[in-house]
Design a protein around this ligand. Structure first.
Ligand SMILES: CN1c2c(nc(N)[nH]c2=O)NC[C@@H]1CNc1ccc(C(=O)N[C@@H](CCC(=O)N[C@@H](CCC(=O)N[C@@H](CCC(=O)O)C(=O)O)C(=O)O)C(=O)O)cc1
Ligand code: HCS
Ligand code: ZN
Length: 769
């Protein structure tokens, strides 16, 4: 008699061949009708359910699928539609939904930001005139279609009210509880509908419980779940946490819900330690996240099984559900189609489908006894062990170099105050130098050219010529626009991380290993499977070529060690900090190679530095110290005249100002346009003295910002920053913008810089008189 059950928290949306992305983009371009889109999406939803069923998953989710983003779905379902999107055609139509995500002619899109410490971006709900309602119970539709057409009783998944409000903006901090309370009746309505439709379990995701939460929030959790569950009779609620150990275990396990889901992978043993110490309520179901939902490695099934046996001792039979640690949104779909990976590596990999198989294997082991899964355990262990023993994972030279640095303190030779003088002399830049962040439009033509080259339709020479033609055109375009520091445009790069992954030793890259980054945009994180080392110059040819075309300084472009680590799938047999250091040493050599070719302004991008900040406050200092160490290790050997830039975006930086300072970069460009002066305010209390470019326009929007708007933003920044330290630049790279938008916006930006420069000179000369 079967006792234990398997479950899935969420399945990747994008499809094995990114069918989801392609359908969405075809719809936005107008080549697919709304009906065709919805039909195609339904087919995909069904295929995900069927696949999970075939894998043997007992509790299959619905509501994890989305037409853009699940946070947006939840906000939309509860009618949280900002006034600017309220169209004549009705507020809950598809056009409104996509306008919130992507903007429209009439209204700028909702903000987008990082989903906890992942590289997935969600649409930030806006709570302005807060009047929640159930606009449309989409979850019920999903549940019913699966029940009626596939005869599968699924498990609806929804983002819980505390997390929804926590992730939203537009309310005062002390209105948090009131906003959550106002949502309760509407959540209850959604749950009641599902109950009536026959749902057995509803998974309510409350990942906020895995962050550092306050006493008031814990009290609110109790109140909310007490009220919600008191209105339900048959359907069971499972409160799901992930990405870390829960912060307040004792209180969480006593919430009046029927089951609690824990992450037993990313908790560093803390969930289990608390479970041992405080026990687990007999009447509740423990949903155990046993398989890592965020990496791509096969699990050591023996270890996982023994762990499960220990858990099984703590709960009654029938009370344990086995599942991945989080939604599989963060992993590629399947390893099956990867035909060009080294066999040693492929044998050790598991993507979403394979992870679900691991879940069902563990479940089988519990139900039928370990002997029933012993052959799989052994086979999997052999494959992992072969990789562990491989040369790639045991490079003495790399390990030695990292440990040699342990006795030295990385850092620039001269202090910033002296480097500044050297750089003034060396570059002779005007006041408020105007520059960009690195990438220029990655047009369809560029992507197609790369595709032809990869397929072998184009040879190396043809591709090189094509890239050089783009570089030449854009160098002269940047000169015409009047930018003071130029970039080569990153045309040769598919992605700022994957590109380096393809060139560094110890990395592998997949063919179809895509994961959703935001909306229809995907990334293909490279896999760090061995010790990382520099093989040969990776960026020098293109950058030196660009420099040869101009007398203006050319800013070389590298992706920093922390970002490469955070946006790759990293081996799990050593710490991420070790991987950071190995990558840093490889990049150190790239900086040297750039200097050898007379590139003396080098940007080391670290957009993912803030994103990787641990969710628990007590772990943050160590992470930040390691990030600073890796950055300094990368830049430590740079010559005095080399000006090191860095760039950060996609996060809120106010809380890591000290870290930013400690990086000791000569110049930082940082996203600021979307925070409407919020970041500038952070500098009011800070004594940041190095070069800084607070982004003066939002590159995510196709809108061309007028000169006056950017002038205002410079003026605002100069109220707290010295004109001597200020740089003028957009928020982030321009790869997703088209050529016209880019050129027009940059013209306006340089004009704003010029006008401001004139104004400052005039004021200074008046003062001097
Ligand atoms: C700065 N950002 C980044 C993040 N993470 C990264 N790893 N990289 C980043 O740059 N996180 C935070 C943000 C997220 N922002 C973005 C922005 C844009 C994209 C994006 O445009 N993704 C593309 C895929 C990019 C890519 O690798 N392109 C390949 C081509 C791949 C492809 O689709 N090939 C086609 C053939 C092409 C053709 O013939 O037209 C095929 O295989 O079928 C390349 O340029 O070579 C996307 O389309 O989603 C992502 C994150
Ligand atoms: N240099 C990169 C940084 C993106 S965060 C770019 O410009 O795209
Ligand atoms: Zn950026």
């Amino acid at each position: 008699m079967k006792q234990w059950r398997s479950s899935s928290l969420g399945y990747p949306r994008i499809g094995e061949r990114r069918e989801w992305k392609k359908a969405l983009e075809a719809f936005w371009e107008g080549s697919l009708s709304e009906n065709e889109l919805l039909t195609e999406m339904k087919e995909q939803r069904f295929s995900h359910i069927n696949k999970q069923k075939e894998k043997g998953i007992d509790l299959i989710p619905v509501g994890d699928f989305s037409l853009y983003d699940h946070v947006l779905d939840t906000a939309f379902m509860f009618g949280l539609i900002p006034d600017r999107f309220k169209s004549e055609t009705g507020t809950d139509d598809l056009a409104t939904y996509f306008a919130m995500a992507r903007g429209s002619k009439e209204a700028v899109a909702c903000e987008m930001t990082k989903w906890f410490n992942t590289n997935y971006h969600y649409i930030v709900p806006e709570i302005d005139h807060f009047a929640p309602r159930v606009a449309h119970n989409q979850l019920l539709d999903y549940f019913l279609e699966a029940k009626n057409e596939l005869h599968v009783k699924t498990k609806p998944v929804i983002l819980g009210p505390l997390t929804l409000v926590k992730l939203a903006k537009g309310y005062q901090e002390n209105d948090f509880a009131s906003c959550v309370r106002q949502l309760i009746p509407h959540y209850m309505q959604v749950f009641k509908d599902l109950e009536e439709a026959g749902a057995e379990w509803i998974q309510v995701d409350e990942p906020v419980v895995s962050t550092s939460i306050s006493d008031e929030e814990v009290e609110l959790l109790k109140e909310v779940y007490h009220e919600i569950t008191s209105g339900l009779s048959n359907v069971k609620l499972l409160l799901q946490s992930y990405f870390e150990a829960v912060d307040r275990y004792e209180e969480i396990i006593n919430l009046p819900v029927d089951g609690i889901g824990f992450d037993f992978v990313h908790d560093e043993g803390a969930n289990f330690a608390q479970l041992k110490k405080f026990g687990f309520p007999k009447e509740k179901v423990l949903a155990a996240g046993m398989i890592d939902g965020r990496n791509v490695w096969k699990a050591d099934l023996n270890d996982r099984f023994e762990y499960l046996e220990k858990l099984a001792e703590c709960v009654d039979s029938d009370q344990l559900i086995i599942q991945p640690s989080c939604s599989l949104l963060h992993t590629p779909v399947t390893i099956e189609t990867e035909d060009s990976l080294p066999p040693l590596l492929k044998g050790a990999l598991a993507f979403a489908d394979e992870k679900l198989e691991e879940v069902t294997i563990l479940t089988k082991g519990l139900n039928e006894g370990k002997a029933s899964i012993e052959p799989v355990i052994d086979d999997q262990w052999r494959q992992l062990d072969a990789l562990k023993q491989s040369e790639e994972r045991n490079r003495g030279d790399v390990k030695q170099e990292v440990s040699d640095w342990n006795t030295r303190t990385p850092g620039r030779k001269l202090p910033y105050s002296r480097r500044k003088k050297v750089h003034e002399e060396f570059f002779r830049l005007p006041l408020l130098p105007a520059t960009t962040i690195g990438s220029l439009p990655q047009t369809k033509e560029i992507r197609q050219a790369r595709s032809k080259w990869r397929k072998g339709d184009w040879g190396n020479e043809e591709y090189k010529e094509f890239i050089e033609r783009n570089i030449s055109e854009w160098v002269s375009c940047q000169e015409t626009i009047g930018l003071d520091v130029l970039v080569h445009g990153e045309f040769e790069r598919n992605d700022m991380v994957e590109f380096f992954g393809e060139k560094l030793g110890g990395f592998a890259f997949t063919r179809f290993g895509w994961v959703q980054s935001y909306g229809s945009r995907c990334v293909k994180p490279p896999v760090v499977y061995g010790d990382v080392y520099w093989k040969e110059p990776m960026t020098v040819e293109e950058i030196a070529f660009a420099q040869s075309l101009t007398d203006k300084p050319l800013k070389g472009m590298l992706t920093g060690p922390v970002t490469i680590t955070n946006w790759s799938f990293v081996r799990n047999d050593v710490s991420k900090f070790d991987v950071n250091r190995q990558i840093a040493l490889a990049l150190q050599k790239e900086i040297h190679a750039l200097e050898e070719r007379d590139i003396h302004m080098i940007q080391v991008d670290e957009p993912a530095l803030r994103e990787g900040l641990p969710l628990k406050v007590e772990k943050q200092a160590k992470y930040l110290a390691e990030a600073v160490y890796a950055f300094k290790l990368t830049t430590t050997l740079a010559k005095d005249e080399t000006q090191i830039h860095t760039h950060m975006c996609y996060s809120n930086f106010n809380d890591i100002m000290d870290t930013i300072d400690q990086l000791d970069a000569d110049v930082i460009s940082i996203e600021a346009a979307r925070s409407h002066g919020g970041l500038v305010a952070a500098f009011e209390n800070d004594h940041y003295d190095k070069g800084i470019g607070l982004g003066v326009y939002d590159i995510h929007s196709p809108r061309i910002p007028p000169v006056e708007e950017m002038e205002k933003s410079i003026t605002r920044a100069l109220q707290v920053l010295d004109p001597e330290q200020f740089w003028v630049n957009p928020d982030c790279g321009l790869k997703t913008r088209n050529i016209k938008e880019t050129v027009e916006s940059l013209k306006n930006m340089t004009e704003a810089a010029r006008l401001k420069r004139e104004e400052i000179k005039l004021t200074n000369s008046t003062k001097a008189r």
